[in-house]
Design a protein around this ligand. Structure first.
Ligand code: BES
Ligand code: MN
Ligand code: ZN
Length: 494
């Protein structure tokens, strides 16, 4: 797929023309770039289909005459409610309509320069993001659908050459970011018999082509290093647990960012076996998926900072060598942890990985991404992820990056009372507090014990990582790719 920003009159020979309209302009759409015949066809289509311009309204019309392009009308909703959110949703819908009608070469028009606060850059990035995400579907295990994306060229028309120029400058990076986002969805949607801990290792190794140094810390070395928590979690699986390190270290780098992903390729719960929705736990490596995909983007967009991607990879399985409730293990940083519940495994894997990364790379900012708690999903539903931070400034930094990345995130607290709750009865800490209340916060408080003074933020992506319902940009029962672009935004701008 290739995006081009254009302005003025339609050029080229698109086989699809999409027109995006606010609800207040359907009576007399001013479509300056389109010829009289097409504008008349648009008006006829608005009338015939009783099109109202609502956000979720898409109308497709086959051409009058075999050679004429498919016409797609897309609503943008009410102007005063307009934001990048509606523009992305509209762009995703246009992509889906284009793909299901086999459009290869699309021209996208709107009558307006959108809101004043939605400048040309944001407009362009939202459109590219919506089109690339909207074109994605997961097709690996069945014959290719006819509607699988065929879009090759997408021309987006802006209504001044100045806006065209600003748009043009950001489209390339927006496309790379959106493609990374889709990559994370692929990783999260493949089942655990495919995405094994070996698979994660092999995908990471592919990044060395992009100038990223990849180091794998295997079981023996984890033992020598004292990473006993990840070893305990991965103990019952035939898949070896490992820590995967990806290092982008450009000459002259002044800052180091570290991104740490929870890579539970499957979470059965362990001896505290899950009683519900275990099948969704193939997506318990979505944090790792975001880190892998973001590192791919780092290799392509080449930020000037050093960026460390780290994955704690393991399977939480059941067997004679499974770890048990009541076991006590010593973590990489020397803290002892009593196991209250083997299903609270993510925080254990992250504890070793975070403390090792903080110790070894001394990052200026460390962010972990994890499908950590059902409690975060109870709090926020599937519409926003939870952000924690050990410094207010860091929390704001992550939320600002999320906003630029078109991702909905919201802060939750790290009050000291939560830290009290994770103190152990027979060891220094315990991995489960014995009740459900504030489960996202107590999990975050546990992680905080392993980051020392490193400026750190924890993003619990359990809410959005694997949505049960189809939304405008995500088919149901596929991974959503959450947080990938937020990490990329952080790596590029800090
Ligand atoms: N991977 C799960 C959290 C999860 C649940 C992610 C639902 C996505 C959707 C995590 O390992 C887990 O099992 N957490 C427990 C913690 C509890 C045992 C303290 C939970 O949230 O119930
Ligand atoms: Mn679990
Ligand atoms: Zn888990």
């Amino acid at each position: 797929m290739k995006f081009t920003a254009k302005s003025g009159a339609l050029t080229g020979k698109p086989d699809g023309i999409a027109v995006a309209l606010f609800d207040d302009e359907i009576k007399a759409p001013k479509l300056t770039g389109l010829d009289k015949r097409t504008v008349a066809a648009v008006s006829r289509l608005i009338a015939a289909s009783r099109f109202e311009g609502k956000v979720k309204e898409t109308v497709v019309h086959f051409s009058e005459g075999a050679q004429a392009p498919v016409l797609i009308l897309q609503g943008l909703g009410t102007r005063k409610d307009f934001s990048w959110k509606h523009l992305r949703q509209a762009s995703g819908a246009i992509a889906r309509a284009s793909n299901s009608n086999s459009v290869k070469n699309l021209a996208l028009f709107s009558t307006t320069s959108f809101d004043d606060d939605l400048n040309a850059e944001i407009t362009a990035r939202a459109i590219v993001d919506g089109v690339v995400l909207g074109s994605w579907s997961f097709e690996h295990y069945r014959p290719k659908k006819k509607s699988a994306s065929q879009l090759g060229q997408v021309d987006v028309y802006f209504n001044s050459t100045a806006r065209q120029k600003s748009a043009s400058a950001v489209m390339h990076s927006a496309q790379i970011m959106a493609e990374c986002h889709n990559m994370a969805r692929e990783y999260g949607t493949h089942p655990a018999n495919v995405v094994t801990t070996d698979y994660l290792r092999d995908e990471a190794k592919k990044l060395s082509k992009l100038g990223i140094k990849v180091t794998i810390i295997e079981r023996d070395q984890l033992r020598r290093m004292g990473c006993n928590l990840i070893l305990a979690v991965g103990g019952a699986s035939v898949m070896p647990p490992r820590i995967i390190i990806m290092d982008w270290n450009p000459r002259g780098a002044q800052k180091t960012f570290a991104f740490v992903g929870k890579g539970l390729v499957f979470d059965s719960g362990g001896l505290n076996i899950k009683v519900a929705m275990m099948e969704e736990m193939k997506s318990d490596m979505c944090g790792a998926a975001a880190v892998l995909a973001a590192m791919d983007g780092v290799g392509k967009l080449k930020p000037k900072h050093r960026v460390i991607g780290a994955i704690g990879a393991a399977e939480n399985a059941i067997g004679p060598s499974a770890y048990r409730p009541s076991d006590i293990y010593t973590a990489y940083n020397g803290k002892t942890v009593e196991i209250g519940n083997t299903d609270a495994e993510g925080r254990l894997v992250l504890a070793d990985t975070l403390s090792y990364v903080a110790d070894k790379y001394k990052p200026n900012l460390m962010v972990d991404i994890a499908t950590l708690t059902g409690a975060a999903k109870v709090a926020l539903g599937s519409h926003a992820d939870a952000v924690f931070a050990n410094k207010d400034r860091v929390g704001r930094q992550v939320l600002a990056a999320a906003e630029r990345a078109f991702e909905q995130m919201w802060p939750l607290p790290m009050f000291e009372e939560y830290a009290e709750e994770v103190k152990g009865d027979t060891a220094m800490l315990k991995n489960s507090v014995g009740h459900r209340w504030g489960g996202a916060c107590t999990a975050a408080a546990f992680l905080k014990e392993f980051v020392g003074d490193t400026p750190w933020s924890h993003i619990d992506i359990a809410p959005t990582s694997f949505p049960a319902a189809t939304s405008s940009l995500n088919p149901k029962m596929t991974a959503s790719g959450s947080a990938t672009k937020t990490l990329l935004e952080l790596s590029l701008r800090g």
